[in-house]
Design a protein around this ligand. Sequence first.
Ligand SMILES: Nc1nc2c(ncn2[C@@H]2O[C@H](COP(=O)(O)OP(=O)(O)OP(=O)(O)O)[C@@H](O)[C@H]2O)c(=O)[nH]1
Ligand SMILES: [Mg+2]
Length: 214
Amino acid sequence: MIRPGRQGPSLFRYRKAGGVVIIRSATFLTSAVRLDQCPAEGNPEIAFVGRSNVGKSSLLNKLLNRRHLARISSQPGKTQLINFFHINEQFYLVDLPGYGYAKVSKEVQATWGPMIESYLIERTPLALIVQLIDIRHPPSREDGLMHNWLAHIGRPCLIVATKADKISRGAHEKQRKMIRTALKLQASDRIILTSAETGAGIEETWDAIAAYIS
Ligand SMILES: Nc1nc2c(ncn2[C@@H]2O[C@H](COP(=O)(O)OP(=O)(O)OP(=O)(O)O)[C@@H](O)[C@H]2O)c(=O)[nH]1
Ligand SMILES: [Mg+2]
């Protein structure tokens, strides 16, 4: 549980099973393209990975109840750096560039891969990777590769389906199953359905994240 401190009123709070997650402060701290540009180690980090345009920056904003903290665009390829958001001065949410977007230049693609890869492999404070999958479509080949690779490097991974508002409620379970099958998830692996539009699944996501930041 994130405990309330003495730094003034909370920006936002989420009830969760074991208590409450209280967001007292959320600030953009820095961007990095290399590991040595990341913040000093100390606080745990939760990183968001997924295809370009899947809704990583949008979900991060919704989790923090802020509309414009992370930059969002309908054009894929908006986030191009590793962006660190410091929460309560206790932990970081880390917004990563998306993969699978062919239209960025070869040069940019050539730097993104190694940049994200070395962050995900080597970064010691990285506590949890949230992998985002668009609920409307079967996971792409790259989604599958990323998922297997995260398991291979031994990083804890939480699957979050995005844009749940874009399909009917009646289709939710079918799509959840489809993602589960495509990524070959274990029965015990959880898939959280979210919408950055309606706020669906946001409390549940905090609930899942909370164990990694206390
Ligand atoms: N309806 C709906 N639209 C969403 C949702 N999440 C994101 N979007 C839209 O999807 C587009 C991409 O969102 P971003 O948050 O910028 O996606 P991203 O994964 O950060 O993309 P990159 O930075 O390019 O990797 C934007 O137009 C968002 O408004 C959602 O839950 N519901
Ligand atoms: Mg983004």
